[in-house]
Design a binder for this molecule. Structure first.
Ligand code: ARG
Length: 459
């Protein structure tokens, strides 16, 4: 007969390399704490409902608590022979307290056990992720506050479009992160749902109390359907999807950081502590950390695609395919937390070359819209004004002359109503400052965003 915990109906042992293939202990041991926590709540419930006598429950609790403290002390050794974290812990419990350990699995299956551990694992980590996002947001707000009046080119199609406030630019990323936080907060709701008590798939004939277990483990609700409870991984997919969107935001930001430290832009400087040198070119200072955050977005997207593909076509209820849900999720947590931390460090030590940013809009045509708007205020239909300015830009490019260099006499030839004021509206700072429309880059609007953000961040 097989020596496995489930070996009763088996006459033949698997080869060790087959066991290794099926084992998950190498990665699911990360959930050991959650597994013990879940077992403690379960056995307490078995006692409370009278399913197990108190004396058994007490022995099991003492055994589990011993394992818990040894786990924290790093004194527990796992083995692939026992396949996964659940059977490893049960087998360690058996070694310590004898056959009574076997009673822990009354009214429970590994199917609802693993789902419970996985929920707990993510549930315990989401607040930290939300927190780290908040810290990046705080840094963005601080930086934005220092740069409300820092003028830079705003781009569309990577072409100079209109001058904007660098503070406004930074607050755009604040808003993206705000939505990320909201998504992870919503993710908490679906993670905060207890699968335990679903047993293998159909519930159990034992008079269990799922609400008690939920309270013990800090879940606010239980899965309403046992088939769904053991086979649902939406909460993990939502997490991976939220993480992918978050990484997409970080990646876009890092792409711009990398671009802007280049010689051609030189808008910002990253501190030495977040850059690296070259082994051959002594002058190099590379934005490696920004590039790595951008690069790591790829693996997170991969984990989302991986789990979606795993889940596709899975018949109800539990299938071993579901064991593939963990590594990508663990790796995603391990990727996004340091990415947020490194980005925050980069932002905190960032130097802004305000003069370089401003210079980029001194000698270009990003004030063309200002002139068209100005002509429109003089009664020229906007479409016509657009055409007039377009022709002036074309001439300007040919004659190496910017719009602010055209003489008032020449402007008056276009329309006699044009006066000296035109040179004011063409100034980049004025162009930005005057954009008072709600949510625009006008200094008053940027300040308003910052004040609201501070309230949101409780600062
Ligand atoms: N290691 C398994 C997993 O991660 C635990 C559940 C196994 N259940 C089963 N019926 N084989 O999904």
């Amino acid at each position: 007969m097989s020596t496995k915990l489930w070996g009763g109906r088996f006459q033949e042992e698997s080869a060790s390399w087959v066991n290794d293939f099926g084992a998950s202990i190498n990665f699911d041991q990360l959930m050991a704490d959650e597994d013990v926590e879940g077992s403690l709540a379960h056995v307490k419930m078995l006692g409370k409902t009278g399913i197990l006598p108190d004396s058994d429950v007490q022995q099991i609790i003492v055994g589990l608590e011993g394992i818990q403290s040894d786990l924290h002390a790093g004194k527990i050794e796992f083995s692939t022979v026992n396949e996964d974290v659940h059977m490893n812990i049960e087998s360690i419990l058996t070694d310590r307290i004898g056959p009574v350990a076997g009673k822990i699995h009354t009214a429970r299956s590994r199917n609802d056990q693993v789902a419970t551990d996985f929920h707990l694992y993510l549930k315990n980590r989401l607040p930290k992720i939300i927190d780290e996002i908040g810290m990046v947001q705080s840094t963005l707000v601080k930086l934005a506050e220092e740069n409300v009046e820092t003028i830079m080119p705003g781009y569309t199609h990577l072409q100079h479009a209109q001058p904007i406030s660098y503070g406004h630019y930074l607050m755009a990323y604040y808003q993206m992160l705000k939505r990320d936080k909201e998504r992870f907060t919503f993710n908490e709701e679906h993670t905060d749902m207890l699968p335990l008590g679903a047993a293998a798939l159909a519930g159990t004939t034992f008079p269990i109390d799922r609400q008690f277990v939920a309270r013990e483990l800090g879940f606010s609700k239980v899965y309403a359907n046992s088939l769904d409870a053991v086979s649902d991984r939406d909460f993990a997919l939502e997490f991976l999807s939220n993480a992918s969107i978050l990484m997409m935001h970080l990646s876009r930001f890092c792409e711009e950081l990398s671009m802007w430290v280049s010689y051609e832009f030189n808008y910002i400087e990253l501190s030495d502590a977040f850059t690296t040198g070259s082994s051959i070119m002594p002058q190099k200072k590379n934005p490696d950390m920004a590039e790595l955050i951008r690069g790591k977005s790829g693996r997170v997207y991969g984990h989302l695609m991986g789990l979606l593909a795993t889940m596709k076509s899975l018949p109800l209820a539990y299938n071993k395919d579901l064991q593939e849900d963990k590594e990508g999720t663990f790796d995603t947590i391990k990727t996004i937390l340091p990415s947020l931390k490194v980005l925050n460090g980069m932002l905190k030590s960032l130097k802004v070359n305000k003069d370089k940013m401003h210079a980029a809009v001194e000698n270009d045509f990003s004030n063309a819209t200002e002139l068209a708007d100005y002509l429109a205020t003089k009664g020229i239909p906007f479409r016509e004004a657009h055409k007039i300015v377009g022709e002036l830009v074309l001439k300007g490019i040919q004659n190496h002359q910017n719009l602010q260099d055209i003489s008032l006499t020449d402007y008056k030839k276009i329309n006699p109503k044009i006066d000296q004021q035109v040179y004011e509206v063409l100034k980049p700072t004025i162009a930005v400052e005057r954009r008072h429309s709600e949510g625009g880059t006008g200094f008053d609007q940027v300040k308003k965003q910052i004040e609201l953000a501070k309230v949101e961040l409780n600062q």
